[in-house]
Structures are given as C-alpha cells and as structure tokens.
Design a protein around this ligand. Sequence first.
Ligand SMILES: C[S@@+](CC[C@H](N)C(=O)[O-])C[C@H]1O[C@@H](n2cnc3c(N)ncnc32)[C@H](O)[C@@H]1O
Length: 392
Amino acid sequence: MGSARQDFLDLLRDSAGRGAFVKLTLGRYLGSDATLRNLYVRPVMIHAGPRWTFVWHHETRDITKNFPPGKGLNQVERLIGADFGTANLFTTTKDAQLEFPPGGQAWLKIVAHEASAPPSDRHDRQKARYIVPGATWLQCLGVTTSNGMVREGMAAKFKQINRFVELLAPLVREAPLPADRPVEVADMGCGKGYLTFAAWQHLHESAKTPVHVCGIELRQELVDDCNATARNCECAGLEFSAGAIADAVVDPLDVLIALHACDTATDDAIARGIKANAALIVVAPCCHKEISPHLVAPAVLAPALRHGIFHERQAEFVTDALRGLLLEWAGYDTRVFEFISTEHTAKNLMIAAVRRPQADNREAAASRARDFAGFYGIRSQHLARLLDFPLT
Ligand SMILES: C[S@@+](CC[C@H](N)C(=O)[O-])C[C@H]1O[C@@H](n2cnc3c(N)ncnc32)[C@H](O)[C@@H]1O
C-alpha cells in the first residue's frame, strides 16, 4: 500500500473539488459478504445538495445510499485496499487504476486523456454546474471546505448562485455589450459577495473582452471582507465598494445584477441600470413592502383579496409586473420567470431585461404601465418615481 493508495485518494479528492469526478468503481471484493460483487460511486446533486451515490451490486439486488461528499470520501478511504482489492477512478481528464495484488505492493496507473465535459451531477442528468466547488474564493467565503466540498448549510446558496449564473450566461451573450473596452458589471446589494464572485468567475473565464465587476453594499464590514477575499484569491478585476445603491458611482455600466436586494433597493438598482443605459439588467427581487398598504383591490377582486395571503401575493405580483412594464417603457425587452424552485426559496422570481437597439413606441408602453397601475389603485411606486414616470 502506501503512496499509490494515497496518490489515488488525492486524485479523487482533487477531481471532486474541481467538479471533474465522474465515477469510481471498487472491485475484487475481499470481505465476508458472499453475495457482494462490487461498488460504484458517482457524484449527484439532489434537493438537499451535492451527494455521492454509492451502489453496492450484489448477486441479485443493488443497494443504493447517498452520502455528503466529505462522508463519501471517508467511506472510500476506509474501503479501498481493505474491502476491495481494485479501484478504478474516472475523471474528466484522467483515469486511474489502483491494484492491491495479493501479498504484493499496491500499484497505481494513471492515464491522461482528452478533457471530456464535466459530469452532470443531477439525478435527471440535465445540467452541469457553472461554478465548480474547487475555487479558492468559495473556500474563503465559507461555501466549501478545504477539500473543496460544499458545506452542509451552504448547499442552497451554492445552488442559487450557480442557477443565477447559469441564467445570466445566455443573457450576456444576447446583450449588446461593448467590444472595445472592458465590460463593466455591478452587483447591487451584494451582501457577502457570493453572487459577485460567482458572476466574476464566469464572466472572467468566458468573456471575449476583459471584465470589471464591482459589488455595491451598504455594510462596510462586508465590503472590507469581500475586498480582502478578492485580494487574497487574486481575483483580478473584482472589487467591492461601500455605499447605497442610489448613490453608487457606476459609469459606464453594462451589466447590472441584483440578488434579493431588499424591498425598494431592487428599484434603486433597476433605476441605476436604466439611467446608465446598461445593456443588461437582471434582478431577483426580495421582500415587497412598498406597494402592499396602497394596493386597492378592484371591486371584482376585493372579496378574494381580503385574505391576507392573497393580498400579499397580489402586492408582489403588482410590484414586479409594474417593474417589468417600466423596463419595457424604458427600452428593454423584458422577461420574468422563476429562477429557482420554490422549495429552495419563496423569493424565486427573476426579471431579465436586455436593452433594445432602439426604444420604440414608448407612448403605448407608458399607457400599458399606467393602465396596469391604475387598475390596482397604485398612484406611486419607487421605480416610477426614480424614473420620473407619472403613474396617474
Ligand atoms: C438579502 S441580502 C442579499 C445579499 C446578496 N445579494 C445575496 O443574495 O447573497 C441584501 C443585501 O443588500 C444590502 N442592501 C440593502 N439595501 C441596500 C441599498 N440601498 N444599497 C446597498 N446595499 C443595500 C443589505 O445590506 C444586504 O447585505
């Protein structure tokens, strides 16, 4: 045994950390279960987060069990060379074979091959992750462990930023971004910077021109922490600035993103994007407190909206629908969709707006926004005020 076994485990740990682990098979069973043949292990993403699925193949049946990646790795460590005499690891760039010959020295053979696509880690095998868990900034922000495993309590956040970036990627390709200077990106109300770092990594790696990303956040201590992490992890072109969204100096601004900026901070962010003529504005709104007390139910809806829950949901709908209509009026093609399943968060709506080459038919768009607000008795709303758009 010795270093061959350790090198094999290091390769497994490293590939898992980089999202490159495809499959592990353990064979030549040495234990006392007469029906067990072999064990297959592969990474999957389930609702509870990333897991390693272990399938024990017996003569007439299979037994399947999921483990968090850290525990999965411990299991494998315990089993190879003890319960199983051979192990084969498949990664996106290398395959490795570890053998424990009876009475002899363990040996390891590693074969590099052309890079294949990262494995789909979902049970339904549909989507690859955009942000691989091996990045050092994920470790510094406490999303992953030093082994590159997503921490138990951070699976939802990891999934959320992956999904945001997954949706952002095609929008960035679609938006009319400048080709002759660095693309300027701002993440408004960036908090601890999870999305800012994730968006930076994706854009930095995929954009044709250099990218400069700035996170704007009210709380100075979070900004200081994020700047320290960006420096320590050598994230070139990523910085954080303290202040209110409404006062942030962002000029030029090409891509504006905001994930759960509180209440009307989402309106501040959208307005900043519109005023800077940003090519792309992508926001996932948070709480919707402003409209609720002013929402006057149209007569036909009044009996339904006397129920608090309907009233609240209607206030959310009216707020976000009005934001979409105002973006249309401002010259943006706007789409609204669910960005992450409701089982992860109720704040799961995304508004994505791509600037049109020319703002056309503004009067018709203005009428639509005004008629909509009027229907619900809304006479004033934060984004409309910021855009000097009279709702009455
Ligand atoms: C719910 S957190 C979301 C943080 C981050 N975007 C994320 O999703 O992980 C909202 C953040 O927005 C910040 N914030 C709220 N209003 C703001 C404003 N007007 N200007 C700047 N930051 C603001 C808060 O301090 C908080 O950190």
